[in-house]
Design a binder for this molecule. Structure first.
Ligand code: ADP
Ligand code: MG
Length: 272
């Protein structure tokens, strides 16, 4: 069984230390929830594992089995079976969604995928996610709504079939029906492929549907508490104040946007 192992990971952005020693072990088939106040390093952790050039690893190691992930380029990490569903998916003008998907898939294969097999796979995934059919032929994420971008990340995950998928606030921007649908599709994929999942979310309802096997709280660049999914409910009821650990100081401007976004979803759902 494959294992993603993160050891004492320290990461800097522009010379500022954001991750201060993260240890995590994720086995295939496990679902790890990561929660924590905004601005405390959750996205940094996922981006650093995937190999985003902005995030400089200054100490620590990341392995998939005996392969040293930090030695690999982003595309090699992807081929090895890592996937990142981004918090803010990029819009790419001039590249259609289906061309992008096909290139990504072919990069993982010895021989290019046949057109029929590709179209069949993409169409059935688009249908499962109840996406609009024309999204396949539009430029990647360009003009997509927040929810469409998030579903598109899941579409990529389904097509690429990673061994370890990291999903960063994949639920934000989804209305309640879309949230349930995405959670169901994710569960189905996870059951089928036995992937390891790391899911960052603020949203208890999403975790109720996903049923994480492990839950971690990240504060100021460290995992300060790990438990099972009962921790999600406790955080939802009591917030983070009861923890001994203190969050990183003052979220910066781009972080505040996320807080507002998650509150907006809660209001719409009306159960909080
Ligand atoms: P979270 O996902 O927990 O909200 P992040 O990992 O996005 O937190 O951010 C952690 C810290 O790193 C914050 O202080 C944030 O402002 C800073 N940060 C994140 N991305 C960048 C960036 N691209 N440039 C500069 N600082 C950043
Ligand atoms: Mg984040």
């Amino acid at each position: 069984m494959a294992q993603l192992k993160i050891e004492n990971l320290h990461v800097e952005i522009d010379g500022k230390e954001i991750l201060k020693g993260v240890d995590l072990e994720i086995n295939e088939g496990e679902i790890h929830a990561i929660m924590g106040p905004n601005g405390n390093g959750k996205s940094t952790l996922l981006s650093a594992i995937m190999g985003h050039p902005r995030y400089e690893v200054t100490e620590g190691r990341v392995f998939i089995d005996d392969v040293d992930v930090l030695e690999l380029e982003v595309d090699e990490r992807s081929k090895l079976g890592l996937f990142l569903g981004m918090q803010y998916p990029q819009e790419v003008s001039g590249v259609t969604n289906s061309d992008f998907l096909k290139s990504a898939l072919n990069a993982h294969r010895e021989t290019p995928i046949g057109l029929f097999e590709f179209v069949k796979g993409m169409e059935s995934s688009i249908e499962r996610l109840r996406m609009k059919e024309d999204l396949a032929h539009r430029f990647l994420n360009e003009g997509f709504s927040g929810g469409e971008k998030k579903r598109n990340e899941i579409l990529q995950m389904i097509m690429l079939q990673p061994r370890f998928a990291m999903l960063d606030e994949i639920d934000s921007g989804l209305d309640i029906d879309a949230l349930a649908l995405v959670a169901r599709v994710l569960k189905e994929e996870q059951d089928k492929q036995k992937m390891g999942l790391i899911i960052v979310s603020h949203y208890e309802r999403f975790f109720e549907l996903i049923k994480p096997t492990h839950t971690h709280i990240m504060m100021d660049g460290k995992i300060v508490l790990s438990s099972d999914d009962t921790l999600v409910t406790k955080i939802d009821r009591e917030g983070y104040d009861w923890l001994d650990a203190k969050p990183a100081e003052k979220p910066e401007e781009h972080q505040r946007r996320i807080v507002l976004e998650s509150c907006a979803i809660r209001d719409r759902v009306g159960d909080k």
